[in-house]
Ligand binder design. Structure first.
Ligand SMILES: [Zn+2]
Length: 449
C-alpha cells in the first residue's frame, strides 16, 4: 500500500518515515492530532463519541524508534475516514437518505410548485442551528491538510529527514487551482446558459456546464441541442444526476439501474464527469459509474441537504474515480439561505483554500443568476477569480483538465539529479519540484526556482 505522505505529496518513499506502533484498540472515536480533528482508532487515550470537548491529543504520544516516527494511530486510516466521510455525523446523514423520508419525498414532489419564498422558509427551518455544528469546520475544513502538514513536520523534526522534496500540487507552480461549474436546474436556467457563457468567456474563464440528461423539464431533443450549443462554444459538459428527483442513492438496486442509464448518457454527451442532484452521495457507489471524475462531495456540508463533508481541499481518489470536491459555498446557499448578496463569504473561502494551495471550486446555477443583483455578485466573483489568475498565478481550468493533471501527477516520480531533484513522467515538463521546510517551528512549502 502506498504511504499516505507519498500519495499526498508525491515525495520519494525514503522521506515517508512515519509509521504506526503496536496494536490499535478496536473502538474508533474522535481524537486530535495537534490542530487537526481526526476520527478513527488510536492507542493514545480514550476515544470520544463527539468531536467536541477535550479530545485526546495523539501528538503527545508520538515516539521515535529506529529512525522512524511512531504514531499511536494509522495515518492512512485517519485520512481516509475524513475524505470518505466515515465519521458518525456523516454516516448518520447517509443512513437518513436510505430511510424513506416522507417530508423529503413530499418536498421534492411539490418543490416546483413552491414559491422561492416558501422554499427558503422551509429550508431555513431544516438548517436551523447549523452554526453550532463543530465539525467539519465552517466555512472551509482543512483537517486533511493540517494532518499532512503536521506529519511532514514530524518527519523533519524527529524523523531525521533533512530534506523533504515533493511534486508541487499544480502545474507551473500555480499556488492553487480554480474550477467553475454550472448545474442547469430548469427551463429558465437552460434559457440563461447563453448569457452565462458570455459572462464567463468575457473573464477568460472556461467553466463546466452540468446537464440533467433525463430532466422532466426538457425533451431529449432539446437536451441534445443544449449540450451541442455548450460544446460548440468550447465549454465542458458533464452529466448532472439522471432525473434530479433527489432519490438517486435511495437504494442500491435502483442506483445500479440508473447507473447504466447515466453511463449511456455520459457517452452520448461525450462526458467523463458527474455530479449528483443536490450533492447527495454514497462515496462507495461511485465506482459503479463509468466516469473519470465526480464532483458530488462537499468539503463541509452543513448547508447541503446531506450533512458531512470530506474535510479536504485537495482532489482524492475513490477507487478509479477522482473526486474534485466542492470547496466553496453554492450560489443558492449564499443568496437564498444566508441572504448575503456579496462576495464576502467566497472571498474568505478563497483565502483559506489558497493558504493550503487547494482546489477552489464553485457551483453557480444559471437558474439563480438571472436576477440582476445575483448576477452582479457573480460578475464580481468572476473579477476576483480573474485577479487571482492574473495577479497570483492561480490555475483556472475545467474539471477534465484538473482530472488529467491529477492523474499525471500520480504517475510522476521524483528522481535525484546531482544535488537536486527532477520530475519524470507524463506532463512532467509542467511539474515543479517543491520542498517542505521548517521555519520558526512551522512547516512551509516552497516551490524550487
Ligand atoms: Zn442540481
Amino acid at each position: 500500500m502506498i504511504h499516505p505522505l507519498v500519495e499526498y505529496f508525491r515525495c520519494p518513499e525514503h522521506v515517508a518515515v512515519l509509521g504506526r506502533g503496536g496494536q490499535l484498540p478496536p473502538e474508533a472515536g474522535y481524537f486530535r492530532f495537534g490542530a487537526a480533528t481526526c476520527y478513527g482508532r488510536q492507542s493514545a487515550g480514550e476515544p470520544s463519541p463527539d468531536p467536541v470537548g477535550s479530545l485526546v491529543d495523539a501528538a503527545a504520544s508520538v515516539s521515535v524508534a529506529n529512525g522512524k516516527v511512531v504514531l499511536p494511530f494509522e495515518l492512512a486510516e485517519a485520512v481516509d475516514n475524513l475524505r470518505h466521510e466515515q465519521y458518525p455525523e456523516a454516516q448518520r446523514a447517509i443512513e437518513h437518505i436510505s430511510t424513506f423520508n416522507l417530508s423529503h419525498a413530499a418536498y421534492y414532489l411539490v418543490r416546483p410548485l413552491l414559491s422561492v419564498g416558501l422554499r427558503k422558509h422551509l429550508q431555513r427551518l431544516h438548517w436551523r442551528g447549523w452554526r453550532e455544528i463543530p465539525f467539519p469546520a465552517w466555512p472551509v475544513d482543512t483537517s486533511v491538510e493540517t494532518l499532512m502538514r503536521q506529519a511532514v513536520g514530524l518527519a523533519l523534526e524527529r524523523g531525521g529527514v533533512e530534506e523533504f522534496p515533493f511534486i508541487w500540487f499544480w502545474p507551473e507552480g500555480a499556488p492553487a487551482a480554480v474550477m467553475m461549474t454550472h448545474d442547469v436546474e430548469g427551463p429558465s436556467g437552460v434559457a440563461f446558459c447563453g448569457d452565462l457563457m458570455d459572462l464567463d468567456a468575457r473573464n477568460g474563464i472556461r467553466s463546466s456546464f452540468h446537464v440533467v440528461p433525463d430532466a422532466p423539464w426538457s425533451s431529449r431533443v432539446s437536451t441534445k441541442q443544449l449540450v451541442a450549443d455548450l460544446k460548440r462554444r468550447g465549454f465542458e459538459v458533464n452529466v448532472h444526476d439522471l432525473t434530479h428527483d433527489g432519490h438517486l442513492f435511495r437504494n442500491r438496486d435502483r442506483f445500479l439501474r440508473h447507473a447504466t442509464a447515466i453511463n449511456a448518457r455520459g457517452r452520448e454527451f461525450g462526458s467523463r464527469g458527474f455530479r449528483s442532484g443536490a450533492m447527495y452521495r454514497r462515496q462507495g457507489w461511485f465506482a459503479s459509474l463509468d466516469i473519470a471524475y465526480d464532483m458530488s462531495v462537499p468539503n463541509v456540508a452543513h448547508l447541503e441537504p446531506q450533512a458531512g463533508g470530506c474535510c479536504t481541499v485537495m482532489p482524492f481518489f475513490m477507487g478509479h474515480v477522482l473526486e474534485l470536491p466542492l470547496t466553496a459555498s453554492q450560489d443558492y446557499t449564499v443568496f437564498h439561505i444566508l441572504g448575503d448578496y456579496s462576495t464576502r463569504l467566497w472571498q474568505e473561502q478563497i483565502d483559506r483554500i489558497l493558504a493550503q494551495h487547494g482546489l477552489i471550486s464553485f457551483i453557480a446555477h444559471p437558474d439563480y443568476l438571472i436576477e440582476a443583483r445575483a448576477r452582479d455578485v457573480y460578475t464580481e466573483l468572476l473579477g476576483l477569480l480573474a485577479r487571482l489568475r492574473d495577479g497570483r498565478g492561480a490555475w483556472i481550468a475545467p474539471p477534465s483538465e484538473i482530472d488529467r493533471w491529477w492523474r499525471s501527477r500520480r504517475r510522476m516520480r521524483l528522481v535525484r539529479h546531482g544535488t537536486s531533484w527532477r520530475v519524470e513522467g507524463p506532463e512532467s515538463e509542467r511539474a515543479r519540484v517543491a520542498y517542505a521546510r521548517l521555519r520558526d517551528g512551522r512547516v512551509v512549502y516552497e516551490v524550487a526556482a
